[in-house]
Design a protein around this ligand. Structure first.
Ligand code: GLU
Length: 338
């Protein structure tokens, strides 16, 4: 039995929610409602280029339609008590100032191309197809003493002006393995300093990076259990490094294996129409999707239709299978249309 008091659903409004989202969010909701914990809604809309107001509304509608609800976050100005990241920029700035005061972060002007050039030819050069090379620490040795009396914001403006380049802020990562026990994925260990290196907490346009906003919000909201897709498993050791730097207690983590297409890639249009809204428009009932999610989460032997609240009492996180769910025709058949 997992003990916790607060969790959250944290969609990004960058597109419509699909079956994979439905399954992960249902797992979180079942666990919260079973434990008597609070569950909050947090809209992660900081990626301004991709955030769409329409998909915010649609995400709420889709989740309500599936039978999920959430508790109002105290002090939220939203009618449904949701937390909206773009309305909380001051909070992220405060955390950044705290880290700057502790000398835990430094300003960096390295672009992706600068980093690729710096590591090219070095023994640690990334292999083709590898996402991001380890940050070689180019800007870590910049002389910062003359800027110490300034805020991080002012210091960043000075460096941008003198270098003619935009600035992001990186966390200094201490060497060593960061380990944690994942409630679904089991024991995890990663040496962030050796694999990722110092990582950015802001983007070049000054907006907070996902890692910073997520940690600040989870802490501020009192979240003590995070359940999310396992595409974010590699982010968690970085987030733990940040919790440590900020001297905050991290939550427990549970990373649910993703639902992927037959090619093993994350769900996209080419895998068939898996958007919740599309099932709804085609006349499916929410119970059919919930029944499918319960079946594909090891909770039920068949995909028989089921309202979300019907599984609250019997839900068992230990039964969620460890492997990724490969979405095939049999899944679409199991959901049915009417
Ligand atoms: N907004 C993120 C996503 O949609 C989830 C972040 C999280 O749960 O920490 O992938």
């Amino acid at each position: 039995m997992v003990t916790f008091t607060r969790t959250r659903l944290a969609p990004s409004p960058t597109g419509a929610l699909h079956l994979g989202h439905a399954r992960t969010f249902l797992l979180t909701w079942w666990l919260a409602r079973q434990s008597g914990a609070q569950i909050f809604m947090r809209m992660e809309d900081l990626d301004v280029g991709r955030a769409k107001p329409l998909s915010v509304r649609q995400a709420y509608e889709d989740l309500h339609w599936l039978g999920m609800d959430w508790d109002p976050f105290p002090g939220s100005p939203q009618p449904g008590g949701e937390v909206v990241q773009s309305q909380r920029l001051g909070l992220y700035r405060e955390a950044l100032e705290q880290l700057w005061g502790q000398q835990a972060i430094y300003p960096c002007t390295c672009t992706r191309a600068d980093i690729a050039a710096a590591v090219a030819g070095a023994a640690s050069a990334p292999h083709e197809g590898e996402a991001m090379p380890r940050y070689p620490g180019t800007c870590a040795s910049r002389e910062l003493t003359p800027l110490r009396g300034l805020s991080a914001q002012e210091a960043g403006i000075r460096i941008a002006a003198s270098s003619g380049k935009p600035v992001c802020w990186r966390l200094r990562v201490a060497p060593g393995v960061i380990a944690f026990d994942d409630l679904i994925a089991g024991p995890q260990a990663l040496d962030v300093a050796a694999s990722t290196g110092d990582f950015p907490l802001t983007r070049f346009d000054g907006t907070p990076a996902y890692q910073l906003a997520c940690v600040v919000d989870d802490h501020d909201m009192g979240i003590d259990l995070v359940l999310r897709g396992d595409d974010l498993l590699p982010s968690t050791p970085r987030q733990l490094a940040l919790y440590h730097a900020l001297r905050w207690t991290p939550p427990q983590f549970a990373h649910a294996p993703l639902v992927v297409g037959t090619d093993g890639k994350r769900l996209a249009k080419r895998h068939g129409e898996s958007r919740i809204a599309q099932f709804r428009e085609a006349g499916a009932r929410p119970e059919q999707i919930v029944g499918w999610a319960a079946w594909r989460s090891g909770q039920r032997a068949t995909s028989a239709a089921l309202p979300a609240r019907a599984l609250v009492a019997a839900f068992d996180l230990a039964r969620v299978p460890g492997g990724r769910v490969v979405l095939s025709d049999s899944d679409f058949r199991a959901i049915g249309r009417r």
